[in-house]
Ligand binder design. Structure first.
Ligand SMILES: Cc1cc2nc3c(=O)[nH]c(=O)nc-3n(C[C@H](O)[C@H](O)[C@H](O)COP(=O)(O)OP(=O)(O)OC[C@H]3O[C@@H](n4cnc5c(N)ncnc54)[C@H](O)[C@@H]3O)c2cc1C
Length: 283
């Protein structure tokens, strides 16, 4: 299966910036030239040793140094299970300590750190950890998944705490007692939450790579409520709909592209493949 997926990667050129930070930095330079911001992610998740999680934190700190040295218009996006959250023993402790390191370093450069939301298994722990870290740092934001029923309550809480939200559909297959299943229900939930974060959130991000209906809806709400284009951003994935990214920049919207790199790309590519499959079967 893994070999099959690795072979499939060849057919998705551009989804991953490359194997190294240097390659990712070059991709970001190209995006910045087009007026597009970036958020860089080191691909890996659910690590199984403390050493691996600590190495991830060091790699992120080094990446922040690099972003600063190259004066890029970029931030980072991390997965807490890459930083130790899923370790069977002391996972939370290890992850919190790693996040302190990263957030402190990012703050010293006035840089922002996005936290990806992972599968529902980790959802509440990730939310709790972000709420806890926010008492020390305000340079962080969290992704929220429109597909999950609980997101409505969580989005309200994050808005109340003025923690920036990246709103997305949700990349994980979740059970029907906790999440919307149909394209229409996910889309309706996404739209409800978009209005909520645009009106009550701090610097919200609307994350969709391909859904023009969602993008047009957002633009419409921004016009209706007279929201400044500088107060929110569209976030998209590397390798998808480049012309759409360009068009949005031309129209004066802020666009940030998610730039993943590294050798542990299989789970990421697998999620992108699942989205394509979902689109084909739901059309
Ligand atoms: C920046 C960013 C960060 C994310 N972070 C997270 C996260 O932290 N946690 C998480 O769970 N998920 C995350 N996601 C993934 C997200 O939840 C979705 O799984 C993913 O974005 C797919 O949904 P979509 O809205 O991009 O578009 P899709 O659902 O892939 O597509 C929507 C519709 O657009 C149309 N379409 C698709 N491709 C094309 C095309 N080439 N041309 C024309 N029309 C097309 C089809 O009608 C399709 O139904 C993130 C996504 C982005 C963009």
């Amino acid at each position: 299966m893994l070999r099959f997926l690795a072979r499939i990667l060849k057919y998705f050129p551009g989804y991953v910036a490359g194997a190294t930070a240097k390659e990712a930095i070059n991709v970001v330079k190209g995006l910045n030239k087009k007026g597009i911001r970036a958020q860089i992610n080191i691909l890996d998740e659910e690590v199984t040793s403390v050493a691996h999680a600590q190495k991830a934190a060091q790699e992120y700190c080094h990446l922040l140094d690099n972003i600063n040295a190259h004066q890029l218009d970029a931030c980072i996006s991390v997965k807490l299970t890459h930083l130790g959250l899923s370790l069977p023993e002391k996972g939370r402790e290890v992850c919190v300590s790693n996040m302190h390191q990263i957030l402190k370093k990012a703050r010293s450069f006035s840089m922002f750190v996005w936290v990806d939301m992972e599968s529902s298994e980790y959802n509440q722990t990730i939310l709790d950890m972000v709420l806890e870290l926010n008492t020390y740092y305000d340079n962080m934001g969290l992704a929220m998944q429109a597909a999950l029923f609980k997101s409505r309550k969580d989005v309200a809480l994050l808005c109340k705490r003025q923690i920036p939200i990246r709103l997305c559909k949700g990349a994980y297959v979740e059970l029907k007692h906790i999440s919307h299943q149909s394209k229409k229900d996910i889309s309706n939930s996404f739209k409800d939450l978009i209005v909520f974060v645009l009106l009550r959130g701090r610097s919200p991000a609307i994350a969709t790579s391909a859904d023009e209906e969602i993008i047009e809806f957002t633009k419409h709400m921004v016009g209706k409520y007279k929201i400044l284009k500088s107060l929110f951003e569209f976030q998209m994935l590397l390798g998808r709909r480049k012309s759409l990214q360009k068009r949005l920049v031309k129209q004066g919207y802020q666009v940030r592209v998610y730039v993943p790199y590294g050798v542990h790309y299989l789970p990421y590519i697998k999620r992108r493949l699942m989205e394509i499959k979902r689109n084909l079967t739901q059309l």
